[in-house]
Design a protein around this ligand. Structure first.
Ligand SMILES: [Fe+2]
Length: 380
């Protein structure tokens, strides 16, 4: 048996209040900013461009990135890089923007390697600046883009997509509304819990996951009630990044598999789906004794000490349900006004899609399509 295991972290991370100021002396003269229309209209982008202006750094803005970025958006973005030849690409936005920029980097490097003369294009230095505390996309090596012709998702996995630098400045998340704050933070909590119990967990990934759980537990509700507090925002952003580092190494589980299928069928926000699904999966995975032992550590990180092993799944489930209640998150799909007949007619299809999802392979308990279907039915 090969016991040789590895764990690595990329990128360099600047974090905390005013960390955006690290752009002042980053040494690049020609920059392409990848972002979306919202960042322009809300003028949030000015927090980045003001620093570039003050330091006479030349920049061009590509603002055509849309949610669930399509292959067409990536192609357009790539043409901006090829024509402009910037020495740095700065992605400023939520998960979709950073995912799109990662895909642009991926195809830029493919182009350089395979199609055009090496010296015709340089790999730009890649900086990710997240504006939500949720996906952890700034520290993960994968991206999902949508094939615009047949509407299928194309997952890309490659270390070349990892940014060279991530900047986590809480000032950029300060205007995120309450529901998006809670959905994205519940996504973070799901990343941390699923990676902590994943079959690919390791001593490093678990350390990051536990710290992320601790940070979410002690800051989420406070932040939800004090949205303008930079300290809470900062802690949620660090939790998101740490949970990203953890699941980039350990993988996720069937909460994500089910959320992915539900999210695309009913056009629901990813974090909202995870928040609803997570308590039920905690109970299901709790049938495994090893997972129960891990729940004790998770409960500890949440401040619930001395819980008996057999009671761990049900107590962890009830803590998540209570958290959802306090965040005004619906506890089931019925509360989202999803039509019952429509839902029942597609539970099998949803289960098949969830079964094939990459996250299913790292769930601590092996599942069948039937298991997934009964879990999905129980969510209504
Ligand atoms: Fe997620």
């Amino acid at each position: 048996m090969n016991n040789n295991r590895y764990f690595y972290i990329t990128p360099k991370i600047s974090y905390g209040e005013e960390s955006l100021s690290s752009l002042k002396n980053f040494g690049f003269t020609k920059v392409c900013i990848a972002t979306d229309k919202f960042m322009i209209e809300s003028k949030l982008i000015n927090k980045v461009t003001n620093i570039l202006d003050e330091n006479n750094i030349d920049y061009h803005i590509f603002d055509e990135i849309t949610p669930d970025p399509s292959t067409e958006v990536i192609q357009t973005g790539l043409s901006h890089i090829v024509n402009l030849k910037p020495n740095a690409l700065i992605a400023v936005g939520g998960g979709s923007v950073i995912d799109a920029a990662k895909a642009i980097m991926y195809f830029c490097i493919q182009l350089k390697k395979n199609f055009i003369e090496e010296n015709k294009i340089d790999k730009p230095y890649f900086i990710a600046i997240p504006t939500t505390a949720g996906t952890g996309s700034e520290v993960t090596n994968f991206s999902v883009i949508t094939d615009s012709k047949n509407k299928t998702k194309i997952p890309l996995v490659d270390d070349i997509m990892l940014p060279d630098e991530a900047i986590l400045d809480p000032i950029l998340t300060i205007t995120v509304p309450p529901n998006v704050t809670s959905f994205t933070a519940m996504d973070v909590l799901t990343h941390a819990i699923e990676s902590y119990i994943s079959i690919n967990q390791n001593i490093f990934s678990q350390m990051y996951a536990l710290k992320a759980i601790k940070l979410i537990s002690s800051n989420l509700l406070k932040c939800y009630h004090n949205l303008g507090n930079l300290e809470y925002r900062n802690n949620l952003q660090i939790a998101s990044c740490m949970a990203g580092i953890s699941f980039n190494s350990a993988g996720l589980g069937i909460t994500h598999s089910i959320s992915h299928s539900l999210g695309s069928a009913f056009h629901l926000p990813h974090g909202l789906c995870n928040a609803i699904v997570l308590p039920y999966i905690i109970e299901f995975n709790g049938n495994d004794m090893n997972t129960c032992k891990k729940y004790i550590n998770i409960l500890d990180a949440m401040g619930a000490y001395n819980v008996e092993l057999e009671k761990a799944p049900i107590i962890l489930k009830s803590i998540i349900l209570e958290l959802n209640r306090k965040l005004n998150i619906p506890l089931n799909l019925k509360a989202l006004n999803i039509n019952k007949n429509e839902f029942e007619s597609i539970t099998k299809t949803l289960a098949i899609i969830a079964y094939k999802d990459i996250c299913t392979s790292t769930n601590p308990v092996k599942v069948t399509v039937n298991d997934l279907e009964s879990l999905i039915k129980s969510l209504y």
